[in-house]
Design a protein around this ligand. Sequence first.
Ligand SMILES: *Cc1c(COP(=O)(O)O)cnc(C)c1O
Length: 349
Amino acid sequence: MSGVIQRYRKYLDLPDLEPVSLGEGSTPLIPWSQWHNTRVWLKLEGMNPTGSFKDRGMTVAVSIARHEGAKAVICASTGNTAASAAAYAGRAGLSALVVVPQGQVTREKMLQASAYGATLLAVEGNFDAALALVRRTADENPAIALVNSVNPWRLRGQETGAYEVVDSLGHAPAALVIPVGNAGNISAYFQGFRRYGRGIPQMMGIQAEGASPLVKGEFFEHPQTVASAIRIGKPASAHLAREAVAESRGRFFAVSDALILAAQKELARGGVYVEPASATAYAGLKQLFEMGAIPAGDVVAVLTGSGLKDGTTPLQWVDAEPVVTTADTILSTINQLLSKKEQDAHVAH
Ligand SMILES: *Cc1c(COP(=O)(O)O)cnc(C)c1O
């Protein structure tokens, strides 16, 4: 089926509207590994049309905005909301205005939003300052729809991620591990599991240490992490996220940038290339498992965005420069690789 509105309309309580869709959702849930009695699954949200889960909420928010007569959408963004808003606005024939924290958003995301036709503005300050600014602008202009995750329709659309996990497994997982920035997505998943009525997993919200207000219990004035998509010091949906974690007997947890990069590399070496914010969930899952804090049964890590969204950070662990070659070096390189594989297999036995 094409698009989350078409697939799950009866759960979304929408007015009679024509969906603005790019065929989002229905992303793969792949088996990753088995750790004792825990089966780890990865939900590949980077396979949405603009490369992140934001599309699930954006299809609903932009459909509503157009239905209600808005002429433009506006958002603050660490990048992925910008790209998604720009794409769906373009599809709907609306203008998109995007406000980013200066110097804090990857080139790839700004390029993507601009390519879709958005107007980009930067503020000196962090994401939280940008969000305060666009909230004021939208409040004062009824023709401009705010499409950040404080828009309740965004969260309704993002609930469909939870529906899909249940539909794929046939039941709710024992735990769901998810990165937390502005805290909309963890809240949406929790609401989604509740509404779907097939069980609620322990909600495990993972933050980067340098931007971990929900772990520390206080806002961060200057959030810092390699994971730019979750570099947020004052999560707008903190209250909903706390409720999700408390009611599901889950927890918040923080991981270092070093562990985030190691997790990104490990996933990539298994064929799953995600951006650092998404690797944060996997890094947290591994730490929590070692602490004995992950239940037996099916456990899902939500990998929120594609690795193609950030072409700079991985250079901290990989060298992407090809070596200039001739026919001879190709053959000797292959032989080296094969004998290394043989040695590794020998060591493993
Ligand atoms: C937006 C985003 C997050 C964080 O989601 P919140 O709803 O802000 O908590 C995590 N990862 C990626 C890739 C994102 O784009």
